[in-house]
Design a protein around this ligand. Structure first.
Ligand SMILES: CC(=O)SCCNC(=O)CCNC(=O)[C@H](O)C(C)(C)COP(=O)(O)OP(=O)(O)OC[C@H]1O[C@@H](n2cnc3c(N)ncnc32)[C@H](O)[C@@H]1OP(=O)(O)O
Ligand SMILES: O=C([O-])CC(=O)C(=O)O
Length: 373
């Protein structure tokens, strides 16, 4: 008979990875040994994707070559392009991305291979395509096409350009780029685990990413950032503390708080809080930032819970002019770097992921023909 399961697999070590590492007690996060505090605001998202997918921070030459590869990958596959308008009409953003990534596989020249070189090329193409899919979806639902990407701009800059329709300021690009870096990887989080389970059957990278997108979508994971903004919008600025206490007393979860691994401040939240404050002050209306600070104080006091990565990301994206229902799609743009790196890692040293279960159903049931049931 199997042992008792650990609910939610808490504290179960499900894989070995050289990609990221967390010290939940100290509130530290590392990508391939680099402290997130050293990367945030210094490494670009492109450098971070190279670090995760290709194993090292790139030299200038390697970064230029990687940038060219990303630029070549920045196009929608024919099947995705042909269907994006109808998908935008019928599906919500994360559902649409799940469909569009699946359709993109049809036009990927490496779709039938999981060989290491094919996986590297697909990882770069998926990373380049994801912002285009989100911006293309957003434009399609408003009846247009996004502005042409500017070859001088980074992934972060082009995404802001394509979604807001205006040339972003240099500091806005820096801040958004830092957001992408902060969200790029996070050990065995639910969506990454889903991707690895899929990849471990020797299925292909696009299938694993579709599994990851479906998993990120839920409000207990990536979907929380959209819910944070909706909570802020639903509260009266003068009544935050009372409303939050009331929700907690009613055993409601406050989105953007709590974490399976961090038992102290999430190091990513430190950067996001700072950037939220900066953008709030620059906008001339810091209401949502002040409300967030008040929520943070109340939830810590009442429940001992800290904000997670989704909490201040919400106001940062809001101040950057990103529509609220694109917050979780933005998370997917960033996490694509990590998901694809995990698929590469899983395929490189694979064993089927197939845990056991504890049977809790009926036993010794006697068969009855349908007329007698
Ligand atoms: C990118 C990311 O995925 S970050 C996480 C994003 N998700 C959210 O922000 C959703 C809100 N947070 C949560 O639901 C949880 O804290 C999770 C899912 C992140 C972690 O879940 P778990 O480790 O399974 O903790 P679990 O949900 O069992 O919570 C433990 C206790 O803390 C409480 N709790 C946890 N988070 C919250 C919260 N945000 N608000 C209120 N209470 C909470 C639970 O109600 C539970 O209380 P109980 O023991 O009295 O029943
Ligand atoms: O690690 C987790 O469980 C969730 C998380 O913070 C992330 O995916 O970034």
């Amino acid at each position: 008979m199997a042992d008792k399961p650990t609910k939610g697999l808490a504290d179960v070590v499900a894989a070995s990875t050289a990609l990221s590492d967390i010290d939940g007690k100290a509130g530290r996060l590392f990508y391939r040994g680099y402290d997130i505090h050293d990367l945030a605001g210094r490494a670009t998202f492109e450098e971070t994707a190279h670090l995760l997918q290709r194993g090292k921070l790139p030299t200038r030459e390697e970064l230029d070559a990687f940038g060219e590869e990303l630029a070549r990958g920045r196009e929608l596959g024919a099947l995705a392009a042909a269907n994006i308008a109808e998908i935008a009409e019928k599906q919500k953003p994360m559902e649409a991305l799940r469909s569009l990534v699946s359709l993109s596989a049809a036009d990927d020249p490496d779709r039938d291979s999981i060989a290491p070189d094919a996986n590297l090329r697909k990882a770069a193409r998926l990373t380049a395509q994801q912002p285009l899919l989100v911006a293309g979806y957003h434009a399609a639902r408003t009846g247009g096409t996004p502005p042409e990407p500017n070859p001088e701009l980074s992934i972060a800059g082009n995404f802001l350009l394509q979604v807001t329709g205006r040339e972003p300021g240099a500091r806005e690009v820096e801040i958004f780029d830092t957001c992408l870096v902060l969200h790029a990887d996070h050990t065995m989080n639910a969506s990454t685990f889903a991707a690895r389970v899929c990849a471990a059957t020797l299925s292909d990278m696009h299938s694993a990413i579709v599994a990851a997108i479906g998993t990120l979508k839920g409000p207990l994971h990536g979907g929380a950032n959209e819910q944070v903004m909706k909570t802020l919008e639903s509260l009266s600025p003068d009544d935050v503390a009372r409303s939050v206490r009331e929700k907690l007393a009613a055993h409601e979860k406050i989105m953007g708080f709590g974490h399976r691994v961090y038992k102290t401040e999430d190091p990513r939240a430190t950067h996001l809080r700072r950037m939220s404050q900066e953008l709030a002050e620059a906008s001339g209306d810091d209401t949502y930032y002040r409300m967030s600070k008040e929520m943070e104080e109340v939830v810590l006091e009442e429940k001992g819970l800290y904000p997670n990565v989704d909490f201040y990301a919400a106001t940062v994206y809001h101040y950057l002019g990103i529509p609220t229902d694109l917050f979780t799609p933005v998370f997917s743009i960033s996490r694509m770097a990590g998901w694809t790196a995990h698929v590469i890692e899983q395929h490189a040293d694979n064993r089927l992921i197939r845990p056991d279960s504890e049977y809790i159903g009926e036993r010794d049931q006697k068969w009855k023909p349908i007329e007698e049931r």
